[in-house]
Design a protein around this ligand. Structure first.
Ligand code: NCD
Length: 402
């Protein structure tokens, strides 16, 4: 794909880019994890919570569907996807957005040599929003530039949402991961409830605080080629007093990208790089220290024959969970995984699924609520949600969910 026309825009520092993808506090395109600032994340998590609550009843669901029933979305997913595709589709359905998709460019006019950029512009003629995934890492970013150029020339332009770009970025996965982390570390906290799980955990772990700050996050698996770890670590780097332990096989292609490491250290994150789930940090086993464990699969689809041969020499058992390893973890520490897990490698064997710390199925479902929140935010319809909530429950969302 020829993206050379956008080279000068691509070469700029991230700050300049993110400024172009928002209007005041509202995102106009969602391309980078760095756009998910802490205040925005708080807002999106709150919106996701309201949508979740309203969806519990038929009446609430019907009202939610009125919010964006005048919008149409194109899901342009030319790289395999199950969860991101379906949860975006479900999120659209929750809000009444009509969807269509192109998943196989061989059945589109791209076989007649139409450029992907022309395809995108065509989609923007028929739809109000484009959600896309591509194995070309900068493609979504360039589509957003194209839309901004059109807007500047007073032509039709629609928001672009990046549902996964090469091995670079997966911002909406980071959003749903943060929503899951945020919910988990609120426990079932109710200030006046002496039996709250938080109080119970505090008795055993006296340093435990609410929320994502002051925590140790362990990431394990293919950290070099997995875009989810890159995006989530970028976002978590904004929180206070955060330690990150990156556990990856001893092959530089699978290890933490040095730029990301420097960036995290620059933000004040304590970074450790380890070669096994049984390794220690400051003399203590990492699994005992971790407040949250983020597992990933080895991304074999990126293997070349040489890499595959090299990886044959690695002992991957150091990067797989077992019931014994889980038994060393803190009682409250969630086990996350963006999924799919590899059923042959079994980095998380299914016998762990019933452990209360196994959070990955809930994490996937949270994707639907978090993505619906993002769609509502980008469509500038959050005020309508607040009005709806008050009509429905007789109290404002703030009052009822505090
Ligand atoms: C991830 C992806 O596509 O990057 N999956 C997802 O979106 N939930 C992770 C993966 O494929 O391993």
């Amino acid at each position: 794909m020829d993206l050379s026309a956008f080279q000068w825009q691509l070469d700029r520092p991230i700050r300049m880019k993110t400024a172009e993808f928002q209007k005041e506090d509202r995102l106009t395109h969602c391309i980078f994890a760095a756009q998910l600032t802490r205040p925005l994340l708080d807002k999106l998590c709150f919106i996701a919570e309201l949508i979740r609550v309203l969806s519990r009843t038929k009446e609430g669901s019907n009202k939610l569907r009125e919010l964006l029933s005048h919008k149409r979305a194109m899901l342009y997913f030319t790289q395999p996807s199950t969860r991101t595709f379906l949860s975006f589709m479900a999120a659209c359905q929750i809000l009444g957005i009509t969807c269509n998709d192109v998943r196989d460019p061989s059945v589109s006019s791209e076989v007649k040599k139409e450029s992907p950029m022309d395809s995108i512009r065509m989609f923007s003629s028929y739809f109000d929003l484009i959600i896309m995934r591509s194995n070309v890492s900068k493609f979504a970013e360039c589509c957003a530039y194209q839309m901004n150029d059109l807007a500047q020339n007073s032509m039709r332009s629609v928001p672009i949402i990046n549902g996964g770009a090469g091995s670079d970025e997966h911002p909406t996965q980071a959003l749903l991961d943060m929503y899951t982390i945020e919910r988990t570390f609120q426990f079932d906290h109710k200030e006046n409830s002496p039996r709250s799980r938080y109080m119970e955990m505090r008795r055993k772990y006296s340093d435990l605080t609410l929320g994502p700050d002051n925590k140790t996050y362990a990431f394990c698996g293919d950290l070099g080629r997995g875009r989810t770890v890159r995006s989530l670590a970028t976002v978590l780097g904004q929180y206070k007093n955060v330690t990150m332990c990156f556990i990856a096989p001893e092959d530089e292609t699978l290890q933490l990208d040095p730029d990301l490491r420097d960036n995290l250290i620059g933000k004040g994150v304590n970074v450790y790089e380890l070669d096994s789930l049984d390794a220690t940090v400051n003399g203590k086993p990492v699994l005992e220290e971790a407040d949250c464990l983020y597992m990933t699969r080895i991304q074999k689809e990126h293997d070349t024959p040489e890499l595959a041969a090299r990886y044959q020499q690695l002992d991957l058992s150091h990067y797989k969970l077992t019931l014994d390893r889980v038994s060393h973890m803190k009682d409250y520490a969630p086990i996350l995984h963006p999924f799919p897990r590899d059923s042959e490698e079994a980095e998380i064997p299914t016998d762990i699924d019933n452990d209360p710390r196994a959070m990955y199925f809930r994490q996937a479902r949270n994707g639907m609520w978090a993505r619906a929140a993002l769609l509502l935010h980008i469509a500038d319809a959050v005020d309508h949600l607040n009005v709806l909530y008050k009509e429905f429950y007789g109290v404002s969302a703030e009052e009822s969910l505090q």
